[in-house]
Design a protein around this ligand. Structure first.
Ligand code: ADP
Ligand code: ADP
Length: 234
């Protein structure tokens, strides 16, 4: 069975007279797959992302992740957004460790495991090129470096599913392509399932195994393309 299984989903903002953002949306993503969802601004990509992560409930239809219907925010998901949302009162290392504090319920366990978690976070930051930046205020970093840290924060609790909503859209073209390489390396090392929402077709073709195309009013998947380019797999 697919890790993400969406069938006939409708989503309406607000009550019955609210915007119909999604209708008749079907999407399946296999475990370990890198899927991209592309479409014009306003087609419903962010809405889809918020449904899959359990931030909003579907209006109708079925949405299951890892075989279970989504009924609230999922702990097996990591998320990153266009806006890096790093906390300015914590340094880069502490921001990276944040999901561990939230997902692990017992503070005693957190205290006992602090050294282990810190070592994991430092190692992850090093793999994205942030060695030496652990104690920095994230808001003092460039946009590209903030997104590197955001990817680390999204992956530190080893989520099965990584959800990315236009993560590189605010970056200049050069930095953006550098970050494609960073994300691809992380994916090849860790083998999480990824859904990348983007309006950048080159980005989708570069990173994804499968590209799903959305149309607007109301949003749904209208085409699915498998990318057959040979690419490094280890
Ligand atoms: P995308 O991410 O592809 O730009 P969105 O999911 O943000 O698309 O939006 C899909 C549709 O839902 C659009 O018509 C948008 O105007 C509408 N919409 C988005 N957010 C809200 C909201 N909070 N309340 C009402 N309508 C919204
Ligand atoms: P990115 O590294 O994400 O592409 P930039 O192009 O802005 O972001 O950064 C280029 C280089 O400048 C980085 O590799 C880093 O060595 C250095 N740098 C960027 N921001 C800072 C900072 N706040 N403090 C120190 N060095 C920085």
């Amino acid at each position: 069975t697919p890790l993400v299984d969406i069938a006939g989903v409708t989503f309406r903002y607000g009550e019955t007279d609210g915007t119909l953002a999604l209708s008749g949306l079907d999407l399946k993503v296999r475990k370990g797959e890198f899927a991209a969802v592309v479409g014009p601004s306003g087609c419903g990509k962010s809405s889809l992302m918020k449904l899959v992560t359990g931030l909003m409930p579907v209006t109708s239809g079925t949405l299951a992740v890892a075989g279970a219907p989504v009924r609230g925010p999922l702990k097996i998901v990591g998320m990153a957004f266009q806006n890096p949302t790093l906390l300015p009162w914590r340094d880069v290392l502490s921001n990276t460790m944040l999901p561990l504090e939230i997902v692990r319920p017992h503070r005693g366990q957190l205290r006992r495991k602090r050294a282990e978690y810190e070592a994991q976070a430092r190692a992850l930051l090093a793999t994205v090129g942030l060695r030496g930046f652990e104690k920095r205020n994230p808001w003092m970093l460039s946009g590209g470096m903030q997104q590197r840290a955001s990817l680390c924060r999204a992956l530190i609790h080893q989520p099965e599913l990584l959800m990315l909503d236009e993560p590189f859209a605010a970056l200049d073209a050069f930095t953006r392509e550098e970050l494609w390489g960073v994300l691809q390396n992380l994916w090849m090392e860790r083998r999480f399932t990824c859904i990348l929402v983007t309006h950048d077709l080159r980005e989708a073709a570069y990173l994804a195994d499968v590209v799903h195309v959305m149309s607007a009013r109301p949003g749904r998947i209208v085409a699915t393309h498998t990318i057959d380019l040979p690419r490094p797999r280890t």
